[in-house]
Design a protein. Structure first.
Length: 360
């Protein structure tokens, strides 16, 4: 028996979401972030779909960039974690990759390497997230050193990453932008601050380059689930089907550990999806699914290959009926909230055994 579940991905929707990101900041260039296999949507397929419109692409690590180059992608690709050592620098230069420089050791490697050609550099400044980046007071000196290096291609970009862009009223975001502005004052460099949340809410963060990731796939990083802000639409629909139906008497339990117990006589549908496919194991009873377009709450613990949902109140349900786990009619963020996590984790955690089917 083949797996009944699949992820249906609408590439036209991703193209439309990219256009929305451009429209929200018409004076900025927009780099499409496709790290982590395009947030579970398929990096190569998404890149090919956007290659005619996207101005550049961004990945996390050099291996992700090299896979795209090997597949024939020619547009600018930025490696956001930068590279590790001279060998990776040489590979970046050979493959015409842009790189983030976020530490003194990376800066020294760039100064000391003998490269076949210079590389485009994005200098990262730590404005308060304290994860990656040089100190703001070191930016001016680093820019001088990069300008003196034969290995740095111009124009130079200085960037930072916002820690709380999911909060439109965040004081942290304001402090980070102010710190960034002080660090680049009078340096005559290109700038990049805005991620998905900031593109949607913080015009002051819109600079020469913006970096949408999550919103390209139709979702937002906000703590509250917001329906279709600015016309964004989810590109992925995770779907499966009912493979069994049974009546469960009152007081009987369902699934591992007997977590869910029937209050009255209930009808339980078993659906072919589980945590081995990437459906969240920690989803709580009541987590919504859609059976024939109607809400059917999760009833019992998520198994490796199956979940069980309560269809007692639904119109007649039969084996083979379609089930939506998340998509345009059921936000992945809503499912994530019921599982104590975020939609990012669910999308990137979708496993390889789930077939991706692309609508073009």
């Amino acid at each position: 028996m083949t797996r009944k579940c699949e992820a249906v991905i609408d590439l036209d929707v991703i193209r439309a979401n990219y256009a929305i990101a451009c429209d929200l900041a018409p004076n900025s260039r927009v780099i499409a972030v496709i790290k982590a296999d395009a947030y579970g949507h398929g990096a190569l397929e998404v890149t090919r779909a956007l290659e005619g419109s996207a101005q550049a692409f961004a990945v996390a690590i050099i291996d992700e960039a090299l896979e795209l180059r090997d597949a024939g992608i020619t547009k600018m690709i930025l490696v956001m974690e930068g590279v590790d050592g001279i060998a990776d620098l040489e590979s970046a230069a050979k493959n015409n990759l842009a790189i983030v420089v976020h530490s003194e050791s990376q800066l020294q490697d760039l100064e000391q390497a003998t490269l076949s050609n210079p590389v485009n550099v994005w200098l990262k400044v730590d404005t308060g997230m304290h994860r990656l980046g040089i100190n703001p007071d070191a930016v001016e000196d680093a820019v001088k050193r990069l300008r003196a290096s034969k290995n740095c291609e111009f124009p130079l970009v200085v960037c930072t990453h916002l820690a709380s862009s999911e909060d439109p009223d965040s004081e942290m975001t304001k402090k980070q932008i102010d710190a960034f502005d002080r660090s680049v004052h009078n340096l005559d460099v290109l700038e990049s601050i805005a991620n998905s949340g900031a593109i949607l809410t913080t015009a002051k963060s819109h600079r020469d380059w913006n970096r949408p990731g999550y919103l390209l796939y139709g979702n937002t990083p906000f703590s509250e689930v917001i329906e279709s802000p600015n016309g964004l639409k989810p590109a992925m629909t995770l779907k499966s089907e009912v493979i069994a139906i049974r009546e469960v008497p009152a007081t009987e339990s369902v699934g591992y550990g007997g977590r869910w117990t029937a209050v009255g006589k209930s009808i339980i549908a078993t659906v072919a999806i589980g945590y081995a496919d990437g459906y969240p194991r920690h989803a709580t009873d009541g987590t919504p699914t859609l059976v024939n377009g109607q809400i059917a709450p999760l009833a019992g613990a998520v198994s490796m290959d199956m979940i069980t949902v309560d269809v007692t109140e639904l119109d007649e349900v039969k084996i083979g009926d379609p089930v939506i786990l998340w998509g345009s009619d059921l936000s992945v963020d809503l499912v994530a909230a019921a599982s104590g996590t975020i939609g990012y984790e669910l999308l990137t955690g979708l496993t390889a055994r789930v077939p991706r089917r692309y609508l073009k």
